[in-house]
Design a binder for this molecule. Structure first.
Ligand SMILES: NC(=O)c1ccc[n+]([C@@H]2O[C@H](COP(=O)([O-])OP(=O)(O)OC[C@H]3O[C@@H](n4cnc5c(N)ncnc54)[C@H](OP(=O)(O)O)[C@@H]3O)[C@@H](O)[C@H]2O)c1
Length: 329
């Protein structure tokens, strides 16, 4: 499988990565059997995928634990990305968090250590100088951020730190990063790890109406703000989203490509996207998703998809926080 360098880190990762949010099982994704995690990890490595994305916050640390178990004996083949979150910059707490992630992952280094969401209370200098210290101690190989907008990324870069990746939401229905953040990342040679490429199952051809979509997956800014799990308070763009989804579905059918594969291949093809992180819960999903990495879409198909999804992009705008709408600046 094709590999791309993360920023200037020298770390090469596969164009498709495994999103591990469901691992360990929890409220959001429901139960997740360890035997499926083990099977996906082994088969992913065998098929050329070397990047796994987790976070301390996924299922209260159980995602990191499940991944640590699944990768036992093959650590040297893998690039692990994990993330930490905090409300207020605190070097002591950050070091403790890093040690706890290392323990749960059963490893003595993290390849890419990311700030999960912008830290509301600074100073950011303290966070990045601690990360730099962890890097020089060999506990982490590379520093990344996630959900950082133009202002937040610029502030981080002003500290003089080398940031290799920004992990951001990116899929056919969620293209906000293209407006400002992606160009800034390209300019600064910061790789983008694109998350939610299937929009949590919505780009897999399983839903025809909004009401069929489970509450947990209809809380994004695409949906009305009064949906049960939504907390963004906006009007949403449900009609435009369903029309866009329908148009993409028709194109997929005409091209005889499964919708999910088309959606993944589109993000993989995009300039600036180092890796597309897909939540993969079992072997059959893995076997299907791997096919997207070798599907080369023609420039005409990519342009058609760009055109079909542009009105939704315009309606939802440049705000890349699709969850709450307030954290990414
Ligand atoms: N940095 C951040 O703030 C952030 C935020 C969100 C996600 N992420 C990362 O990005 C990863 C991916 O995002 P995500 O998991 O939220 O969403 P996603 O990848 O868009 O969707 C994952 C879901 O799609 C379904 N799926 C996967 N492959 C499929 C296939 N071939 N056919 C049919 N359905 C398929 C699965 O649903 P079932 O449950 O039905 O099997 C799976 O749980 C996460 O796991 C996480 O690592 C990061």
């Amino acid at each position: 499988m094709e590999k791309r360098e993360c920023g200037k880190s020298g770390i090469e990762i596969s164009v498709l990565g495994i999103g591990c949010w469901s691992y360990g099982g929890g409220d959001y994704w429901g139960p997740q059997a360890q035997k499926d995690v083990d099977a996906v990890a082994q088969a992913a490595l065998d098929s050329g995928i070397n990047f796994f994305d987790t976070a301390e916050g996924y299922n209260s640390g159980r995602s990191e634990e499940a991944l640590g178990i699944a990768l036992k004996g093959r650590r040297h083949e893998v690039v692990i990305g994990t993330k930490f979150g905090m409300r207020r910059a605190d070097p002591v707490v950050l070091r403790e968090k890093c040690e706890a992630s290392l323990r749960r992952l059963q490893t003595d280094y993290i390849d890419i250590y990311m700030v999960h969401w912008p830290i509301p209370e600074g100073p950011v200098e303290e966070v990045f100088s601690t990360l730099k210290a962890l890097q020089s101690e060999g506990k982490i190989r590379s520093i990344g951020v996630s959900n950082f907008g133009v202002q937040q990324l610029s502030e981080a870069l002003e500290t003089g730190v080398r940031i290799d990746v920004n992990e951001l939401c990116y899929n056919l229905l969620s293209r906000a990063i293209e407006v400002e953040i992606l160009p800034l990342c390209l300019k600064n040679n910061i790789g983008i790890l694109g998350y939610m490429p299937l929009m949590q199952g919505i780009l897999t051809d399983r839903y025809r109406t909004v009401d069929e979509i489970p509450d947990v997956h209809s809380r994004f800014r695409h949906f009305r703000g009064d949906r049960p799990r939504a907390a963004h308070g906006e009007a949403g763009a449900e009609e435009e989203m369903l029309k866009t989804l329908d148009d993409i579905r028709k194109l997929a059918k005409a091209e005889r490509i499964p919708l999910s594969r088309l959606a993944l291949a589109w993000t993989i093809a995009k300039l600036g996207i180092t890796c597309t992180l897909v939540g993969t819960r079992n072997i059959s999903e893995l076997q299907e998703n791997v096919k997207a990495a070798s599907l080369s879409l023609s420039p005409e198909i990519i342009q058609q998809l760009d055109d079909l999804t542009a009105p939704l992009l315009r309606q939802l705008g440049a705000n890349a926080d699709y969850f709450l709408g307030t954290r990414t600046r």
